[in-house]
Ligand binder design. Structure first.
Ligand code: GDP
Length: 530
């Protein structure tokens, strides 16, 4: 039997981030295929159906069984136990998407080779960068005409502010895509065509200097490759594992998830370069999974049960140290109580299954009778401690909430607070106007529908939402700011959160900098302390 240390050190827990359509699902599927967790591509989710513009939230709910299940997937590959955290990206982009990143030890960023860095990648990247976790880049869809490779790398460096280090280099793109050149091995890796997604394809490795290379890829391609490699060797950063670990250098890979080109190569390199479960900060210092034997975990996501008859929820937690056993008693630090963790579940490909054991690095979902909040710590350690909380992420859509029937104030307040506690929405109030009106902020507009529906369905309260023109929210880092004399822009609004902390809303991005300039020493932050 493997020891606790062995179990933990073979774990790799990463998030996969991208802009919709870059190929995240396809790549994930291929990983599962190589890991033997699924027998054929297309098994991860019936995504095509959910792709249709679903504005009706209930529709999404129906599919949620699927999307939730596939939000964390575990599979085995060459002795590694891999946990992939999916970051949903279409209609259901929400604060949960960001929170998921808090449970990962590294991130894989999938970029469409014909497009480069896109909006959602940028947003998700920022959160990964804040945590200084290793970030790996997979430039996908090389079987389509891609942008110039150097330009793509430049785009990543400039847009995201991270240095890049190509581990391999594409040989052509589109119909002329032959494979990749492995810079460390100085070998050309050629892929045979595969029937889309069903087979794994064959790989042929040939030294770049071998006489047959020219024959295999063609004289022109060989010449272009040689020129590009020369240019690259002179210009790009050298591979440096330490910088990768700190999230300052992103190893870059090229391939085509759809046709399996470069996927397994990527997986193999990635597993070598990425990290085993990382230590985490707590109020008694860093907790290292390699040192701490007791079980500890924190809650990063709460999934409400939409069935009115069952007000229960599933709390997703990231195990940070030790071993989990089904039905074990743990101490819930924030609740100050010992509790039994029941009905633990884990995801395997598209199935949800009950588990009996899990280890540091793993993600489990447990039954939550309504006691957990996002960021809560659970542990069996005698010396109690709490993990650092999860930041509050900036909503981008705001609305004023109006109650249709003002007699139901109590239910309304209860309901909206409960939903906010689950982390689906954030609630604010006018600053210093004495008005009790509530302003709600969400990361994805779908959450507005969720709020309306749930208040009505679960609390019997009808609301109307009045959209506000703000898109940016900033927390004020300064402790002693004089809010009344703060000089802002005309598109700025002062609000406060439930803990009476002041915040600012802006309609335009440039107003944020202007406000900082007008108020010397003012520090505005995109992330709120929990
Ligand atoms: P996601 O939204 O990032 O999860 O993207 P999907 O994996 O669903 O892919 C979006 C679309 O791009 C689908 O139609 C895929 O079949 C297609 N696709 C994914 N990877 C590739 C690739 O490497 N090459 C090509 N040509 N198409 C791809």
């Amino acid at each position: 039997m493997a020891s606790l240390k062995e179990e933990i050190s073979r774990r790799r827990t990463f998030a996969i981030i991208s802009h919709p359509d870059a190929g995240k699902t396809t790549l994930t599927e291929k990983f599962l295929l190589y890991g033997g967790a699924i027998a054929q591509a297309g098994a991860v989710k019936g995504k095509k159906n959910s792709r249709a513009a679903v504005s009706d939230w209930m529709e999404i709910e129906k599919q949620r069984g699927i999307s939730v299940t596939s939000s964390v997937m575990q599979f085995q590959y060459e002795g590694f136990c891999i946990n992939i955290l999916d970051t949903p990206g279409h209609q259901d982009f929400s604060e949960d998407t960001y929170r998921t990143l808090m449970a990962a030890d590294s991130a894989v960023m999938v970029i469409d080779g014909s497009k480069g860095v896109e909006a959602q990648t940028r947003k998700l990247f920022k959160v990964c960068a804040m945590r200084h976790i290793p970030i790996f880049t997979f430039i996908n869809k090389m079987d389509r005409e891609a942008r110039d490779t150097f330009e793509l790398l430049d785009d990543i460096e400039k847009e995201l502010g991270i240095a890049t280090c190509p581990v391999n280099w594409p040989i052509g793109s589109g119909k002329a895509f032959k494979g990749v050149y492995d810079r460390a091995k100085k070998e050309v890796e050629l892929f045979s065509d595969t029937k889309k997604g069903t087979a794994m394809g064959e790989v042929q490795m040939v030294p770049i200097d071998a006489p047959e290379t020219e024959k295999l890829i063609g004289a022109d391609a060989k010449k272009i490759l040689a020129d590009e490699i020369e240019l690259l060797d002179g210009a790009s950063a050298e591979f440096d594992q330490e910088l990768v670990d700190k999230g300052q250098l992103s190893p870059v890979f090229f391939g085509s998830a759809l046709t399996n080109f470069g996927v397994e190569t990527f997986l193999k390199h990635f597993l070598k370069m990425t990290t085993s479960p990382l230590p985490r900060m707590s109020d008694k210092g860093e907790i290292d999974p390699m040192e701490e034997k007791d079980f500890s975990a924190f809650v990063f996501k709460i999934q409400a049960n939409m069935n009115k008859a069952h007000r229960d929820r599933i709390a997703f937690m990231r195990i940070c140290s030790g071993e989990f056993e089904a039905g074990m008693n743990v101490y819930h630090v924030q609740g100050g109580k010992e509790i039994r963790l029941s009905q633990p579940q884990q995801m395997m490909a598209s199935e949800r299954k009950m588990i009996t054991k899990a280890y540091g690095g793993d993600i489990i979902g447990v039954f939550d009778p309504g006691i957990f909040s996002i960021g809560d710590t659970l542990t069996t350690s005698k010396e109690k401690f709490a993990y650092e909380g999860i930041p509050t992420f900036a909503p981008e859509h705001f609305a004023r909430v109006r109650q249709v029937d003002t007699m139901k104030r109590k239910q309304f307040v209860k309901g909206i607070n409960q939903i906010a506690q689950e982390g689906a929405i954030q609630i604010f109030q006018e600053y210093n106007t004495g008005m009790e009106e509530i302003i709600v902020g969400v990361v994805g507009v779908l959450q507005f529908d969720v709020l309306k529906y749930r208040l009505n369905n679960e609390y019997n309260v009808e609301i109307r939402l009045e959209n506000l023109p703000y898109e940016y929210i900033r927390w004020i880092e300064n402790e002693d700011v004089d809010m009344d004399h703060l000089s802002g822009t005309s598109d700025m609004k002062k609000i406060k959160d439930l803990k009476d902390r002041p915040l600012l809303l802006f309609a335009h991005e440039w107003s944020i900098r202007m406000t900082e300039e007008r108020n010397k020493g003012l520090i505005l932050s995109e992330f709120g302390r929990s």
